[in-house]
Design a protein around this ligand. Sequence first.
Ligand code: SAM
Ligand code: DTB
Ligand code: SF4
Length: 336
Amino acid sequence: MTLAELQALHSLPFFDLLKRSHAVHEENFPDGKIQLCTLLSIKTGGCSEDCSYCAQSAHYKTELESQVLLEKEEVMKHARDAKDSGSTRFCMGAAWKGVRGGTPKFEQVLDIVREVATLEMEVCVTLGELGPEEARQLRDAGVNAYNHNLDTSPEHYPNIVTSHTYADRLRTIRNVQDAGMSVCCGGILGLSETITDRLRLLEVISNFNPHPESVPINSLMPMPGTPMAHNPQVDPFDLVRMIACARIAVPTAKVRLSAGRDRLSDEVQALCFFAGANSIFYGEKLLTGENPTAEADRKLLAKLGLETLDPNCAMEAPKHDHAQPASPACTTAGCC
Ligand code: SAM
Ligand code: DTB
Ligand code: SF4
């Protein structure tokens, strides 16, 4: 979609936008089920990057306690608990700039992934920058999806992060796509961005070829000690509008109502689901931040009559449409 198309959508009267996005949602997800995903931080804090929203950056004096890479058995305990709780996707996050093949820590991650993949949940990881070879190794170890957010517009990104660039993020996403993994790519609201920045993010993501399999929409969780600790809370109606625009811009992707649900009322979350959100992070902890309890979420879904999705470990990554230009720039020899 173009920015102008997204702006036209975003400025519709609230209920007109919701009617449009709900129709797209019903067409693409007729069963209306919600995917439950569980997050685990496998390596916490001490990150070299200066992302100004993040509690895990070593650049800021946050209240967070760092934690080295967890042992496989510890991760498996969490993964089994996640499965028992009804989660169908297990997402492991690491506070790294990126990973390099052949290093002991990457080998340890591959070993963890191979074991988690035996549990028949979808396996997602978010480890920072990846080269083509690392991406292939992760796919071969059993990773279904790789989370790498663009977070905001290309124009606003340098105001948020200076230790890596938007182009670096796009390169990793291309490597993930070329390796045949699904891409999970979204953003954060509340980084002092404009509505245009939010829509530019959707413009970029909606022009990915192939489309991402999931689009997480996070609301900033203000982390004490970070430059964004005192940013105001996002207007819930703006969040619902963003979800609706994401649903229309990337119709086949799961739109994940992600960080920040702990400050949303049940009613706002219900509007988000109506607008097209069909996935949540489930369980009391995100990576470092708080999430609603599993019990509160079960009650909310039951009140709304929303069922949850079964796992799809055999999921195929969305396919490249060869009739359309590749974006981010395709680097696969002989492909484009
Ligand atoms: N280091 C890896 C990276 O940057 O891709 C993976 C972990 S990072 C914490 C994953 C994502 O969490 C970020 O891209 C951002 O979208 C989200 N995130 C981090 N801190 C957040 C916060 N305080 N509020 C909302 N979302 C946040
Ligand atoms: C995503 O978009 N949000 C998740 C997941 N992908 C990795 C992370 C949210 C982090 C929220 C802040 C924290 O827990 O530190
Ligand atoms: Fe590091 Fe990721 Fe946090 Fe940025 S968002 S500081 S890369 S953990």
